[in-house]
Design a protein around this ligand. Structure first.
Ligand code: ATP
Length: 350
């Protein structure tokens, strides 16, 4: 049986004058899943989200929500008829209304009678504070109420534009976990926009990595991290060592010795070695190197090591065991590695 479609974006493009904001983007999301649009500032994430909401009209392509075509060339269903909810950065509540009235706002009487506002407040565990005013809530509680207000009309799709960016770091981390758990609990189809890789991985069943108006790769967080499509994606979603390599079959010869590869190839390539997949010992069979810098983060330690004139970053889940200037042996002990074209990654382009 086919999975029910939550959102389908097919070959959608949008220009503003000379600026191509979104270029030929296609993404499919099954109902009940969460998609994150991840990319640097100006890559077109918000424009894509606004086209899904109906706030911008695409120049080309089609968009369907819950199996219903809402945008095609020459025809666009207006935003209020798409049954889409939007949650913005400030999650603003009406200050003069109680929590309950905030959540009921915009619901027709039949829905209020049916207890939709109450149910939504229960879902976010805020029903006990229904009579409070917004100024009597903590920032986290206020956001939960705003989420209840977005859920109450039972939209087919919820859209979040950088929903946590105005919060301090601690609240941001706790709320994003809470929202991720809640969205999964209620199996709400949702799209989040963020430029924060960690946030994208926590929130997304699927992550679409965007750059310069294009989707470079769509996949689960684990796929994006361990099988990035390009050196640029690899660097955008984590720390990398992109090592020059001579590849022969499924072996890449690098400054760290011979690395096993996921797939075979021949000739010069760039190979991805994540810092946590490299280990350091005082002596032993690894490639000889010199420690040039150390950063201790508490939960782990990052070393910069010069190996045959190539700087290599190594992350070890322990406190510092070496000092700057120490001679060390460096060994790759990660999974079969991926490679990219020899120009990718070095230039930083996708
Ligand atoms: P950010 O994370 O900074 O919000 P973004 O990835 O959401 O960025 P968009 O806001 O979608 O990016 O913008 C994509 C490109 O389109 C940018 O170059 C932006 O300047 C341009 N753009 C967006 N909206 C308009 C507009 N209404 N008129 C002209 N150009 C626009």
């Amino acid at each position: 049986m086919n999975e029910q479609s939550g959102l389908s974006i097919q070959r959608v493009s949008k220009r503003f004058g000379d600026c191509v904001a979104v270029a030929d983007v296609s993404v499919d999301l099954p109902a009940g899943q969460q998609l994150v649009l991840l990319g640097p500032s100006g890559c077109g994430k918000t424009t894509l989200l606004r086209m899904v909401a109906g706030l911008e009209v695409p120049d080309a392509g089609v968009i369907s929500i819950g199996g219903e075509l809402v945008s095609e060339p020459g025809r666009a269903v207006p935003p209020e008829r798409r049954r889409v909810g939007m949650v913005f950065q400030d999650w603003a509540l009406f200050p003069h209304m109680s929590v309950a009235r905030n959540v009921a706002y915009g619901l027709n009487r039949a829905r209020v009678r049916a207890g939709r506002a109450q149910q939504a407040l229960e879902l976010v565990h805020m029903d006990h504070l229904a009579d409070r005013s917004p100024h009597e809530l903590s920032a986290g509680q206020a956001q939960r109420v705003a989420l209840a207000r977005a859920i109450a009309p039972q939209p087919r799709l919820l859209l979040f534009d950088e929903p946590f960016s105005s919060l301090d770091a601690e609240l941001r981390v706790s709320l994003r976990s809470e929202v991720a758990a809640l969205m999964r609990d209620v199996q709400m189809t949702a799209v989040f926009v963020t430029h924060d890789q960690e946030e994208a991985f926590v929130l997304g069943d699927q992550v679409a990595v965007m750059n310069e108006g294009r989707v470079i790769q769509v996949g689960t967080p684990a796929q994006i991290y361990s099988e990035p499509a390009t050196g640029w994606v690899a660097s955008f979603v984590g720390e990398t060592n992109l090592l020059a390599a001579e590849v022969n079959g499924r072996v890449a010869t690098t400054v760290l010795g011979d690395l096993p590869l996921r797939s075979g190839d021949v000739g010069p390539r760039v190979v991805l070695a994540r810092p946590e997949h490299i280990s350091l010992t005082k002596a032993g069979p690894g490639s000889p190197g010199t420690v040039t810098a150390i950063e201790f983060y508490g939960h782990d330690t990052s070393y910069r090591v010069e190996v045959a004139e190539t700087p290599v970053v190594v992350r070890v889940p322990a406190g510092p065991a070496h000092r700057v200037g120490d001679q060390v042996a460096v060994t790759y002990n990660g999974p079969d590695a991926v490679t990219f074209a020899a120009t990718t990654g070095r230039t930083g382009t996708p």
